[in-house]
Write a new protein. Structure first.
Ligand SMILES: *Cc1c(COP(=O)(O)O)cnc(C)c1O
Length: 404
């Protein structure tokens, strides 16, 4: 079993105080904290081998290129992609989704259908709406139930020969529900549709195997995985990446350029125009190495314990409602206390050193479904402890007394 007390020593930020109180960081679903090994990796890059990659003959450029490409292989192995060039380094989940949505504009026709789930993050709704506007394709939505599950029977009914693309998150960021993506992928493939899975919220807790899932595209962000912000990955099956046009034109993504005709570089460079976030990519690799050294099975088991503990304590508070009660959940709890605005709870918790998220969590359709302005969301990581949850419950009781 994982020893959170030991693990906390890897995260210097957990030592700091907020408003004179020890920081309790329960906003991990928005971004995770960074271990010292990743911070060291970032410093090492700028201190020792900062250079542009792929083009230089000089030593620094070659060192940086080697490290960057090693990171790609670390990412490839982590997600079990068949080939390193099926991993495109992006600026994050949003970038990866936009790359695919924009690429599909040339493969989709009027009246084709795209299916998304009701549980999506805005970054998974808006690019598809833009694609539909551009192409005349139609957006269909898999509805959700009161408990936060997708209505899978409706999904099966929505699928037909016009369905070209299905889009779903692996785990909902607002509720923490793990979606049945295996079933979604299998059913979508039966009608010839491609599937893109948003793994931003799943990857901090689950190690996905893209070949076993047989998924066409999978995207994630490093900053939710103990890595830096502004870097992420897009996995695409080779045949799809060959078929899709480049997203941006520029340096690095070309083979030859003349004013008459430009030919594009091969994978993965076709999708990596311009100077990338070199340091970020290398640090992403270091973050995955760190998380694998802790072990995803250990992380999952420990976080499940934290989730069960927090659930029990929260359920004992009068007038507190938790949204999304599935057995298949990651360590995220979205809730409200009757008669209190989530923002007010968040503001009082902050004064007590506790960081939670309040609001619509970039998922307004879910909030509309429950007819609420937002929720308080506490999300736990493997460096959190039961003692912190006890302090959080105490603080919540205090907030409730003050506000009611
Ligand atoms: C965080 C998140 C995103 C957006 O990630 P960025 O790093 O901001 O691009 C998308 N989808 C889900 C489910 C998320 O949790």
């Amino acid at each position: 079993m994982l020893n959170a007390k030991e693990i906390r020593k890897d995260f210097p930020i957990l030592e700091r105080k907020v408003h004179g109180k020890p920081l309790i960081y329960f906003d991990n679903a928005a971004t995770s904290q960074t271990p010292q090994v990743v911070i060291d990796c970032i410093v090492d890059y700028y201190q020792n081998y900062n250079a542009n990659i792929h083009r230089g003959v000089h030593t620094l450029s070659q060192e940086a290129t080697d490290k960057y490409e090693e990171a790609r292989i670390t990412i490839q192995k982590h997600f079990n992609a068949a080939k390193p060039y099926e991993i495109i380094l992006t600026s994050g989940t949003t970038h990866g989704i936009n790359m695919i949505a924009s690429g599909f504009a040339s493969l989709i026709q009027k009246d084709d259908e795209i299916i998304v789930s009701a549980l999506e993050h805005h970054s998974n709704i808006v690019p598809w709406q833009m694609l539909c506007e551009k192409t005349g394709a139609v957006l269909k939505v898999i509805p959700m139930t009161e408990s936060g599950q997708l209505e899978m029977s409706v999904f099966h009914d929505l699928l037909n020969s016009k369905t070209k693309l299905v889009f779903c998150n692996h785990v909902s960021n607002a509720l923490g529900i793990i979606n049945p993506i295996e079933e979604i992928i299998e059913a979508a493939h039966k009608v010839g549709a491609a599937v893109l899975i948003d793994g931003a919220q799943a990857t901090p807790h689950i190690k996905p195997d893209v070949q076993e899932l047989d998924v066409d595209f999978y995207v994630a962000s490093a900053h939710k995985l103990c890595g830096p912000t502004g870097v992420g990955m897009l996995y695409g099956k080779e045949e799809w990446l060959q078929k899709l046009p480049p997203y941006q034109g520029g340096g690095e993504m070309i083979e030859t350029v003349t004013f008459e005709k430009t030919t594009y570089a091969g994978l993965p460079h076709k999708f990596e125009a311009g100077t990338p976030n070199i340091c970020g990519g290398i640090a992403f690799g270091a973050a995955l190495d760190y998380m694998n050294s802790v072990g995803f099975e250990n992380i999952h088991a420990y976080e499940a314990e934290l989730l069960a503990y927090a659930n029990e304590k929260l359920n004992a508070i009068d007038d507190l409602k938790i949204y999304g009660d599935s057995l298949e959940k990651t360590s995220v709890i979205s809730f409200n206390i009757k008669g209190i605005h989530p923002y007010d709870i968040g503001a009082i918790l902050d004064k007590l050193g506790i960081a939670v998220r309040t609001g619509h969590h970039c998922a307004q359709p879910i909030m509309d479904f429950y007819k609420i302005p937002g929720t308080v969301r506490a999300s736990f990581s493997f460096y959190n402890t039961k003692e912190e949850i006890d302090l959080f419950i105490e603080a919540l009781q205090k907030a409730k007394m003050m506000l009611l």
